[in-house]
Write a protein that binds this ligand. Structure first.
Ligand code: AMP
Length: 405
């Protein structure tokens, strides 16, 4: 199935193209037609399944077709944490770029400037609000947010929100909304308290459920503890001692992909990168080269770990540990398809060890840690329980992320 077959608006298709999403994930295939049909949904799905785009795409489609009344708010997305709200907002900006939709993030920073910017934006109205329950309540309590004409409510990671004690806040927010609306509730698990809440706020919902699968047994998994400076040499070493006609190297960011490709090329390896920065035709040409085995090494971000079907890969190298544990499963799922065996090797630097431990917990398996070859030197010590730093994101006022045409 393609996104076009899901009858999405041309402006939304353009956003998908810019983001490099080629094919809908299973949850997108299932949920988009239901949302377009104006029905409520209970979606059981974890992060990593593509659930964010599963609700954003049809909402953006509807907004592209029908203008939001001046001063009104069309869609409210409630998420448990600021981090998740940031991720939703980023996808919204990418996918909605060509639609002209406006959005307000209501999750950021504690200072007065942020708050008054958000207030101004809420007073003027917007197509989409993405917010956390506490911050939304602070604004709603002051009475200026115009949510009485809202058409869509989306609750993301509802189980986490209830675990965090947000039930009362969510129900209070909902009491401000019109009864005639479409409600989508996504949750990784479906305990009785979520069922109960769903009964109270959804009307005759369709239920969809997407399980994340564990890696196939045939994938041989291994990890090296390595400093970033040792990684290129490690790739070269692995290629020297293994027959690898088809290798995908995953890196977490576009910048990293570029750097890795350059370093490999400088070492005389036949590697090319694929990222959403490339034109669609360029991406297709490189993918075809790789699929037909003319190109042995493809360097990519997670964009291609899902959605694109490339079979018969001999080896996947995770140049860094993916941010979401589920992405690991998707990345290494590219190898050992059908009856073939495959290898998945992860390079874990000193900062990524804790995240790698989380992956092992998700897949319920301890991955073999292989000592670095002596020619590469000593790697970092394995100590995954060390604490990590956290990013800091702040909210902004209303924006219009339309490209001026
Ligand atoms: P989510 O489960 O919504 O957190 O999505 C996980 C990741 O998958 C995000 O990085 C998205 O950008 C990416 N993604 C979602 N849908 C697709 C798709 N159809 N093709 C490629 N990547 C996707």
């Amino acid at each position: 199935m393609t996104f076009k077959e899901l009858n999405l608006h041309e402006d939304v298709l353009q956003g998908l193209d810019a983001m490099g999403f080629e094919k809908p994930t299973p949850i997108q295939e299932q949920s988009i037609p239901i949302v377009l049909d104006n029905k409520d949904i209970i979606g059981i799905a974890q992060t990593g399944t593509g659930k964010t785009a599963a609700f954003l795409l049809p909402i953006l489609h509807k907004i592209s077709k029908q203008e939001t009344e001046p001063g009104a708010i069309n869609t409210l997305i409630i998420s448990p944490t600021r981090e998740l709200a940031v991720q939703i907002d980023q996808q919204l900006q990418g996918l909605g770029y060509f639609t002209g939709a406006t959005s307000i993030p209501i999750y950021g920073g504690g200072d007065g400037d942020d708050f008054s910017q958000q207030k101004r934006a809420l007073t003027e109205g917007a197509d989409i609000i993405v917010g956390t329950p506490g911050k939304l309540m602070s604004h709603l309590n002051l009475g200026y947010a115009k949510i009485d004409r809202l058409q869509h409510l989306i609750l993301d990671e509802a189980d986490r929100m209830l675990d965090m004690g947000f039930y009362d806040d969510i129900m209070k927010i909902i009491s401000h909304l019109p009864k005639e609306r479409q409600t989508l509730l996504f949750s990784a698990t479906m305990p009785p308290n979520i069922r109960k809440m769903a009964k109270e706020i959804l009307v005759d919902p369709e239920e969809i459920s997407i399980a994340i699968s564990k890696p196939a047994e045939k994938v041989v998994q291994a990890a090296f503890m390595a400093y970033d400076t040792q990684k290129v040499d490690l790739v070269k070493y692995l290629l020297r001692f293994n027959d690898v006609p088809s290798l995908i190297i995953f890196a977490s960011t576009k910048i990293k992909v570029k750097e890795v490709t350059k370093s490999l090329q400088a070492e005389g390896l036949n590697a090319k990168q694929i990222s959403s920065d490339l034109e669609q035709t360029e991406r297709e040409a490189i993918l075809n080269e790789f699929k037909s085995k003319k190109l042995p090494i493809l360097v990519a971000t997670d964009v291609i770990s899902r959605g694109i079907d490339i079979d018969n890969i001999d080896m996947v190298i995770n140049y860094d540990v993916p941010n979401d544990a589920e992405d690991y499963v998707h990345r290494i799922g590219r190898t050992a398809r059908a009856s073939a065996e495959g290898e998945a090797i992860t390079f874990v630097n000193e900062d990524d060890q804790h995240r790698f431990l989380k992956i092992e917990q998700l897949i319920e398996k301890e991955v073999r840690k292989v000592p670095l070859p002596t020619s590469i030197g000593e790697g970092p010590e394995y100590n995954p329980r060390r604490s990590r730093g956290r990013g800091n994101h702040r909210g902004r006022g209303k924006r219009n992320f339309k490209k001026r045409r």
